[in-house]
Design a protein around this ligand. Structure first.
Ligand code: IMP
Length: 424
């Protein structure tokens, strides 16, 4: 195993990254989040107790892991402190292991306000989590954002407020009318200050000294700002290459890239979703798979597995393997389906995923159907122990998507897994 392994979502997020990252973290010295912010919700279990990590890396429950948030992250300080308190209340200390990049962009009280405003005014809302993710990345690109290094310096804080009042319409009125919120926000800086520093340089140094680093993504490939169905995307680089950018790493040093997927598909928020099931079948998947957002509680849209989208994710990321979750949810169906291509009214048959949302909106999936299986599969611990129909479905996913399945999730608990080949 090399020093850097990347673990990311292969679909539209909510693939169950937390569960695998938590297990894999046991083999790593560092777990570093490289993009996104508290729009994410990674569900972890500690002695049966559920915790949702929004910003803290999923290695949080492993007491020897260093936990880093790198430059590509947007960070909500008040929520981060609340999250630390929640995890520490379980008896796991987080503070001594935390490193926050001085380059990470800060989500200030202004940013969720802007996010809500633009979503409520939009003719076609994106369906964001309204956590201020897009506006924070936008300010960073405009070079008027507040980064962690400046946030923890009282003089730089004040200089930033002055600059915003001068340059950004509406900011001063918002600032003056939300005094208590700003006071809490700036008070959090003092608490976070001890952990802020050159997280990237320290991470690279640790790797040079032989430490193993897991670079953890949030959201999923199909929500990538550049490669997703823009504008129905998140505002960061969710693909594997983003890890090298965020860490400032020679990309050739990344030794393994793993994707997390689900045996069916879900999406939250707006945007095209060719295999969406807007019928009783979709309702059934949502109820059985408990498909409600870990961050917003919103019902997730559900549909069949899409091999066209997975081929695209494989091409962009170069996965060494896929961890496929929630195969157990499909137990009980007469037949299961995989979209193998799309049909477009004017462009004809499409084998390649068109990220352009107007094309994607207009396509109809071309499905292959396979026999379903009725048996519960939670207790299966090998590929051969699965019903033959489930085995056939997994092989069909590999064949139609061009991926190698590394492991399968057959139930919600950590022991509900089947390893198919050498994983991380
Ligand atoms: P934002 O990231 O809050 O700006 O939301 C942009 C889009 O990404 C919306 O469709 C959200 O529902 C989606 N999104 C953001 N974070 C997640 C996530 O962690 N899981 C799934 N979808 C997400």
């Amino acid at each position: 195993m090399g020093n850097y392994t990347v673990l990311i979502g292969a679909q539209w997020g909510d693939e169950g990254k937390g569960k695998w990252a938590d297990t894999l973290a046991a083999q790593f010295d560092w777990v570093a989040r490289y993009q996104g912010g508290n729009n994410a919700g990674h569900t972890l279990y500690y002695h049966g107790k559920k915790v949702v990590a929004h910003q803290i890396p999923s290695g949080a429950l492993h007491p020897t892991c260093t936990l880093a948030l790198l430059s590509g992250v947007v960070l909500n300080p008040v929520q981060l402190l609340a999250e630390i308190a929640e995890i520490e209340a379980l008896g796991v200390s987080v503070r001594p292991r935390l490193l926050l990049s001085d380059k990470a962009a800060v989500i200030t009280p202004w940013h969720p306000y802007l996010d809500q405003l633009s979503e409520s005014k939009a003719e076609t809302p994106i369906g964001t989590t309204r956590k201020g993710i897009g506006p924070t990345y936008a300010d960073q690109s405009l070079r008027i954002g507040l980064r962690m290094g400046a946030y923890i310096d009282p003089q730089a804080q004040q200089a930033w407020v002055r600059k915003m009042c001068q340059q950004v319409e509406g900011f001063e009125a918002f600032y003056r009318s939300h005094e208590a919120e700003w006071a809490t926000f700036f008070a959090a800086a003092k608490e976070l200050a001890p952990w802020v520093g050159p997280a990237e340089a320290l991470c690279r140094e640790a790797a040079r000294a032989g430490k193993q680093v897991l670079l953890e993504g949030a959201q999923g490939t199909l929500l990538d700002l550049a490669h997703g169905s823009y504008p129905f995307v998140t505002s960061s680089c969710t693909v594997a290459a983003g890890a090298a950018v965020s860490l400032g790493l020679d990309p050739r040093k990344i030794s393994k890239i793993y994707g997390i997927g689900k045996a069916y598909l879900t999406r939250v928020g707006s945007g095209p979703f060719p295999t969406e099931l807007e019928d009783a079948q979709g309702e059934w998947l949502r109820a059985k798979g408990q498909e409600f957002g870990a961050t917003t509680g919103r019902p997730r849209r559900c549909g069949w597995f899409d091999a066209v989208a997975m081929r695209y994710a494989q091409e962009i990321n170069g996965f060494d393997g896929i961890y496929l979750n929630k195969l157990d949810i499909l137990s009980g169906l007469d037949e299961v389906k995989i979209a193998i291509a799309y049909s477009h009214p004017t462009l004809g048959r499409l084998e390649n995923y068109p990220a352009d949302p107007t094309i994607l909106e207009a396509v109809t999936p071309i499905y292959e159907s396979y026999p379903g299986w009725k048996e519960a599969i939670e207790t299966c611990r090998s590929f051969e122990a699965l019903p033959l129909a489930a085995q056939g479905f997994l092989r069909a996913i590999e064949r139609t998507s061009g991926v190698r399945l590394a492991a399968i999730g057959v139930g919600p608990q950590p022991e509900h897994r089947i390893y198919l080949s050498e994983a991380v």
